[in-house]
Design a protein around this ligand. Structure first.
Ligand code: GDP
Ligand code: MN
Length: 385
């Protein structure tokens, strides 16, 4: 789960990291009032859960409250990477002397947290990671010992931070480590951490990604989930305990098991199709769950065919087939469907679905080929679509 910048900043601040004065607003009038309160030049920042807001025009300076209102009006009417902007953060603008990158993330390969820092902070850190990886300093943190001050000092020296800022930088690293630890984050990032013209260290941007598997320990953080800013289908999927990720293809997939879902997507591509989504309905899929999954797949208007790929283990195939049939009573559709069932009571399951005029298949390859040819057939009937 990702937190918005303004939420991440509040948490950073609680742990002792300096952030600019500011508040979040949902309307342009509110933004104007905040600018009046701050009584200074402000920066208006789109609150959306994607990077590169700056480049997309979602971050703009305003000289006075009147301008803040205008800028907020225009940013609040934007979509950034398909996400509508519903809130803006209005912060006191900073005069920047230097932009630093600082983050702690899980290094899965090493099985340890990794502290990363670079003297070239700002908007293009991904590009730097790609073109000049040596400009990003990396230090592993022993999870039992925690971040040691000497490690942070080493980093400060390596990125050529002027000595006067070392103490503040080490303190910021220490605070960031505590945020990472206490919130069970998988990423905490300050990009940029700036040195201001009046020689302060300030976190101008903030990003926290929480580990979903640890959310049960943080009811206060779960509260912060911004459902407005998530795709509706994903909110709906979570409600039913489904893992759903929308993609751009035409073949909707309903699969039990994450590995099987990945394999289904691969094989669709192998036969020249494109999956419309990743969807794992998990074990013990009830007809209620199957119906929710179907509804979610069908909200995607790109979907031209649906592929069911079910492995019957503890959940029997005939049970899933009945689930699909009863779901189809609730969810009316004429999108063609292909079902591949294997495992416990597969024949019975296939017979139930064949009786309901659904295309069935025994192997995954056969099922994928059938789904792909349905989509191609539809395309030939309606050329240009
Ligand atoms: P991102 O593009 O989504 O990562 O958004 P950031 O919050 O990192 O802002 C992008 C860039 O906007 C920063 O690297 C700064 O160069 C600039 N910026 C953000 N806040 C301020 C500010 O208060 N004053 C000035 N002068 N520039 C800012
Ligand atoms: Mn940033």
């Amino acid at each position: 789960m990702k937190l918005q910048e303004y939420q991440s900043k509040q948490i950073f601040s609680r742990f002792g990291i300096s952030i600019p004065r500011g508040r979040v607003a949902a309307t342009a009038i509110e933004a104007k009032h905040i600018a009046e309160e701050l009584g200074n030049r402000v920066v208006i920042k789109a609150q959306v859960l994607v990077g590169g807001r700056g480049k997309a025009g979602g971050i703009r300076l305003a000289k006075n409250p009147h301008e803040a209102e205008d800028v907020a009006t225009s940013i609040l009417s934007m979509d950034i990477k398909d996400l509508p902007v519903r809130k803006v953060l209005v912060d006191e603008a900073a005069n920047i002397n230097k932009e630093i990158y600082l983050a702690i993330s899980d290094d899965r390969g090493a099985g340890k947290p990794l502290l990363m820092a670079s003297a070239s902070g700002g908007i293009d850190i991904e590009e730097i990671a790609h073109s000049n990886p040596e400009m990003i300093m990396k230090v592993h943190i022993d999870p039992l010992l925690g971040l040691r001050d000497y490690q942070a000092r080493d980093v400060a020296a390596t990125i050529d931070l002027p000595r006067t800022f070392w103490r503040g930088f080490i303190e910021t690293c220490r605070c960031l480590w505590h945020v990472y630890l206490e919130t069970d984050a998988s990423l905490v990032e300050i990009n940029p951490l700036v040195i201001t013209a009046d020689n302060r260290l300030l976190a101008l941007d903030a990003k926290i990604v929480l580990d979903d598997n640890a959310l049960y320990r943080h009811p206060d953080l779960v509260e912060m989930r911004d459902q407005d800013s998530e795709a509706e289908a994903e909110v709906e999927a979570r409600k039913y305990g489904l893992s759903y990720i929308k993609l751009d293809g035409e073949i909707g997939c309903m699969v039990n098991g994450a590995g099987l879902a990945m394999a289904s997507m691969d094989i669709i591509k192998l036969f020249g199709g494109e999956p419309a989504n990743f969807l794992d309905i998990g074990g013990g899929a009830s007809s209620e769950k199957v119906a929710a999954a179907l509804r979610i797949i069908l909200t995607d208007t790109n979907v031209k065919a649906i592929l069911f790929n079910i492995f019957g283990g503890i959940t029997r195939c005939d049970e899933v087939a009945r689930g699909i049939l009863s779901a189809l009573k609730d969810v009316k559709t004429n999108i063609p469907m292909v079902a591949r069932l294997v495992g416990t009571n597969a024949e019975e399951g296939r017979r139930l679905l064949a009786d309901a005029n659904m295309v069935t298949a025994e192997t995954l390859a056969e099922a994928a080929q059938k789904a792909v040819s349905i989509v191609e057939g539809a395309r030939n009937e309606h050329p240009g679509k």
